[in-house]
Design a protein around this ligand. Structure first.
Ligand code: TYD
Ligand code: MG
Length: 450
């Protein structure tokens, strides 16, 4: 007998509880619990499966993954070299960031290559999609649209036809009829995703799922699904600014360090092949507190501008703010400057910003931040042709970083004249010519150069 049971789910992280709670004990979100009904069936004796025999690993024939291109180089890179047949990909991001747009562009390219794609939309009508498609470009007849809100309709269609790729836009608007909870609830999105996973693996169709990230907690966030899918991509960036960054958070078929950079224009998203150049665009000339650093995003070096502002505080406790970089690390670097260089920063507000809306979690930016802070404190500009990188330790030492050669070459390519690098990395840079390379072993030495 199947029985209906009432449970409460945190719509952010999927935590299950038998009673309502104000704060989720797992993700600490407030007011995120929603009531859902689930059916718990007791399985009959006759439902038991026949005896299952495991296979020896030596008998398994590996098929090797087959990949095909999305027609967008940046997207291919983030996916680890193209779409893997039969994979399930989750594309998460804030509403309005461009998830539908990038997937529609991908569909256009696939259809032009002669692959059949099915775009299932539970959000927009056929004519709305058509209007958007007209801005993006020319489509062929292999691009099929389906505006439905339940999974059964999609399954029905798939029993007759087999597209190469399916887009589900979005998971929060598609329901499975045999689950009684509302669209977008935790049990719905989990059930629909699990069934899409089965379709992907059994029929060897690649499926892309769109998932909105929400703050209100009224619809289940994509975090609930991360463990169920093969690849998780997040689309981020400032909604107003033009740049969008696509980042792989999980990838069963490739590296998770890669990023793709796009720009939103009138006619859809345009790939940014040389992010360093774009990130440095509009850099103010001859101002204090601005320094270029070189960070690695996956296999790609990117040069970014770090900005710092240090000024006399008008509060009892100085303000420290960091945008795009770890706040605690900025405080740590301020403390190192205070103790090892003797700068008195206790009465100063300090603000650090990574220009271009990028987010950095690479410790090699430390040296650049130190330079920017000191430059702003002394109100003296740093040479614009200078790039600095290196990790700064608590005793003020500058530690070596990875991929130095690539970083220096990127700086050289963009016309920088000087590179400040950790001394321990100098050995691997002997072959590079045409750019001045200076090795430093601690911040006192590093500050002597500016
Ligand atoms: P959209 O893909 O609808 O976002 P999501 O699916 O992630 O919610 O993109 C939304 C924004 O992009 C919208 O504000 C309009 C803008 N946009 C352009 O600027 N140019 C274009 O060519 C398109 C199609 C959209
Ligand atoms: Mg959309």
């Amino acid at each position: 007998m199947a029985k209906e049971k009432q449970v409460f789910f945190c719509q952010e992280c999927g935590f299950e509880s038998s009673k309502w709670m104000g704060q989720c004990p797992s993700c600490k979100g407030w007011n995120t619990f929603c009531e859902e009904k689930i059916t718990v069936g007791t399985r009959k004796q006759s439902d038991r499966r026949a005896f299952v025999v495991p296979t020896s690993i030596l008998e398994v024939v590996s098929e090797g993954e087959t990949r095909f291109s999305t027609g967008l180089e940046e997207l291919n890179r983030v996916l680890g070299g193209g779409i893997v047949s039969g994979s399930l990909v989750l594309v998460g991001g804030d509403p309005g960031i461009g998830k539908s747009t990038i997937l529609l562009q991908m569909c256009r390219n696939l259809a032009q290559q002669g692959q059949k794609v099915l775009y299932v939309s539970g959000e927009e009508s056929l004519s709305q999609i058509k209007m958007r498609a007209e801005r993006i470009g020319q489509f062929t007849k292999d691009m099929l649209l389906l505006c439905v809100n339940n999974l059964e309709d999609v399954e029905e269609y798939l029993s007759k036809d087999k597209p190469k790729v399916i887009i589900i836009d979005s998971i929060q608007t598609i329901v499975a009829e045999d689950i009684s909870s509302a669209p977008g609830s935790v049990s719905q999105v989990k059930e629909v995703t699990a069934r899409l996973m089965q379709i992907a693996k059994q029929k060897n169709i690649s499926i892309f799922i769109v998932g909105h990230v929400t703050k209100e907690g009224t619809v289940a966030g994509p975090r609930n699904l991360e463990h169920m899918v093969d690849t998780v991509l997040y689309f981020e960036g400032d909604g107003k600014a033009g740049f969008r960054i696509l980042r792989a958070v999980k990838n069963r078929f490739g590296s998770t360090n890669e990023i793709g950079v796009f720009e939103m224009t009138e006619t859809g998203l345009v790939e940014v092949a040389n992010p360093s150049k774009v990130m440095l665009d509009g850099r103010a000339e001859n101002t204090s507190g601005s320094v270029a650093v070189c960070t690695m995003e996956g296999t790609r070096p990117i040069i970014l501008e770090i900005q710092a502002l240090v000024c006399q505080t008008s509060f009892n406790i100085p303000r420290r703010t960091s945008v795009g970089f770890d706040y605690n690390r900025v405080n740590l670097l301020l403390a190192v400057l205070e103790k090892r260089v003797g700068m008195s920063l206790a009465a100063c507000d300090a603000y650090v910003n990574i220009a271009g809306g990028m987010r950095l979690d690479d410790p090699s930016a430390d040296l650049g931040i130190v330079y920017a802070l000191v430059s702003s404190y002394r109100n003296r500009p740093v040479d614009e042709g200078l790039v600095a990188f290196g990790e700064v330790g608590l005793s003020g030492e500058v530690r070596g970083v990875s991929s130095v050669e690539q970083r220096v070459n990127e700086a050289k390519k963009l016309g920088f004249s000087t590179c400040i690098v950790p001394k321990s990395n100098l050995d691997s840079l002997k072959k590079i010519e045409g750019i001045r390379i200076i090795g430093v072993s601690n911040i006192a030495e590093a500050l002597d150069y500016i």
